[in-house]
Design a protein around this ligand. Structure first.
Ligand code: FAD
Ligand code: SF4
Length: 509
């Protein structure tokens, strides 16, 4: 009799204790299925990357002597949903037990728990052995506090895991946070490092996916595919990042450019979120680069904060607030996404560039996601639920536990301020300061009203005006409301009028 152990597409952790010994009585199961390709419309590269990495993972397990049952999307006996496929496999192998690793998505967590509870066999859920913190750790740290602050969680994690701290628990360099050193725009120098990620030809897989009828959007680039397939490739990518980009990461962390979509970012989120690369390896490598004098402390600390801080923190928010977090809509924003979310064809150069990169590469870096696409969406009053579906589909690294708190919480403030202490919005001035987008844009960054006025400007002031009751009491927004109070009634009327015009023709902007 055998045990069936299910491995999900984002559980490609070859260092998991499951694989430390080869057992004849264990069959590892990986399944490509429509249930997972279709719950949202995905970018083509995301589907290809996950299937290709799953296939590679299965092959490596086989080479190590493990028994593997791999179901392809077009296999005739594939029932295309987990319960039906697992029923079939448990019967096929006359299984005596079922095992699975804790899913990171609430939806799958529920489905597999329900499934296991109905089984007449013993079953066991194992940890994924990936994250620093348990699902509930952030909630335990914050206790009954109403407002969660990432910085508090992050410092706790630094000390608990001994990352960039001295023997007494004091932060390396005497400060916890070097954010103030990390606010430069980029003028083309230093050069964006070369893209050294491997090339793969996944044309055959892409044909299979299409023939199976899976719908998608975005550029597949199947014959010149650049996302890593496995841990070895991810480690190589990490090495290249630490060597060439990390020294500049901190300074240009918030910079944006239409000329350079990667800038000095690591592009490691796909490898980490599929668990082919574990966060400890990344954090240790980055800390070592700083200790060896290869990178400045601001770069190392800034990068580590993203992983040990933000990544673990948003996961804590997700598990604390699910189910139900995905339905929050604090501003009651209901406007559907304009059509250019699907083709990038808007005259707003910043948005066209950020969405264009996303369609081309299934990736865009954090500030484009937050301060261009998310910023515009919040100012324009787009539905956070529709936006969540879009973010979940388009990005190669999008899995609900990390995407949802970022989109609904950080970017849209739809949770009323649990995750972000104030809405991340700006007028054209911020975008102009941090990017090269505004020069050459159809719109005028300086104008607030008129046909060529940058849409961000009027929408920015209108957003604060119309949400006065919800936001005026926030002490971090004191300056904004002070400026609004200084405006004349005519200025207020012009902003309101311009905003109505803009919001009535979002599709044409
Ligand atoms: P780098 O800039 O090199 O950062 C290093 C790593 O830090 C990332 O790989 C990531 O693991 C982690 N990190 C950085 N910021 C965050 C953050 N805010 N939350 C969690 N981890 C973070 N990240 C995802 O992994 N999946 C998503 O679906 C996702 N959706 C987002 C949606 C919105 C609206 C916003 C504003 C951000 C989102 N992020 C998401 C966070 C961040 O934009 C990406 O992690 C980052 O752009 C990935 O590229 P990189 O690996 O080059 O990151
Ligand atoms: Fe974006 Fe406005 Fe600048 Fe154009 S002028 S790039 S729309 S911020």
């Amino acid at each position: 009799k055998s045990t069936i152990r299910l491995i999900l597409g984002d559980q490609l952790n070859c260092q998991h204790s499951w694989f430390s010994s080869v057992r004849d009585d264990v069959v590892y199961v990986l399944i490509e299925l429509r249930q997972e390709t279709d719950y949202v419309l995905h970018h083509a590269q995301k589907i290809i990357a996950i299937f290709a990495a799953m296939r590679d993972f299965a092959e490596r397990l086989r080479q190590q002597g493990h028994r593997v049952h791999y179901m392809r999307i077009d296999d005739a006996d594939n029932r295309q949903a987990f319960p039906e496929n697992l029923d079939y496999l448990l019967a096929h192998y006359d299984a005596a037990a079922f095992g699975w690793q804790a899913p990171d998505e609430w939806r799958l967590d529920q489905q597999l728990r329900d499934y296991a509870a109905r089984l007449p066999l013993p079953s066991e859920m194992s940890d994924t052995e990936h994250f620093y913190a348990g699902r509930d750790e952030a909630a335990t740290i914050f206790g009954q506090r109403k407002q969660w602050v990432m910085e508090h969680f992050y410092r706790h994690m630094r000390v608990r895991h001994g990352v960039m701290v001295g023997p007494t628990g004091a932060p390396a360099g005497g400060r916890w946070n070097f954010d103030h050193d990390n606010r430069e725009s980029w003028n083309g120098m230093p050069w964006e490092p070369a893209d050294t990620r491997p090339h793969h030809d996944h044309s055959a897989l892409w044909d299979t996916i299409q023939r199976a009828g899976v719908r998608s959007f975005g550029e597949p680039h199947a014959d010149a595919f650049r996302w890593p397939l496995n841990r070895d490739e991810a480690l190589e990518q990490l090495d290249q990042f630490v060597q060439n980009a990390l020294p500049h990461f901190g300074r240009f962390q918030d910079a944006m450019s239409y000329k350079a979509w990667r800038l000095f970012h690591s592009l490691l989120s796909f490898a980490m979120n599929t668990k082919m690369l574990d966060p400890r390896t990344v954090v240790e490598r980055v800390e070592a680069a700083w200790r060896d004098g290869h990178v400045p402390i601001a770069a190392a600390e800034g990068y580590i904060r993203q992983i040990l801080g933000w990544r673990e923190y948003v996961r804590g928010v997700y598990w604390h607030r699910m189910p139900g977090y995905d339905t929050l809509n604090a501003f009651d924003h209901q406007t559907p996404l304009p059509h250019w979310f699907w083709n990038g064809q808007t005259q707003m150069r910043c948005v066209a560039s950020a969405i264009g990169q996303s369609l081309e590469h299934a990736h865009s870096h954090h500030i484009n996601r937050l301060m261009v696409i998310g910023n515009f969406s919040l100012l324009a009053g787009l539905s956070p639920q529709e936006l969540h579906q879009w973010y979940l589909g388009i990005y190669i690294d999008a899995f609900e536990w990390v995407e949802l708190p970022n989109t609904l919480g950080m970017s849209q403030y739809a949770d009323g301020g649990l995750l972000a202490t104030k809405p991340y919005v700006s007028s054209a001035a911020y975008i102009d300061r941090m990017s090269d987008y505004c020069k050459g844009c159809h719109y005028d960054k300086k104008q607030r009203v008129g046909e060529r006025a940058c849409p961000f400007n009027a929408l920015y002031w209108d957003f604060f005006n119309r949400n006065r009751d919800k936001l005026e009491g926030n002490h971090r927004l004191g300056m904004v409301y002070q400026q609004l109070r200084r405006m004349t009634p005519e200025q207020h009327a012009a902003i309101a009028e311009q905003s109505v015009l803009l919001r009535n023709r979002l599709d044409k902007l």
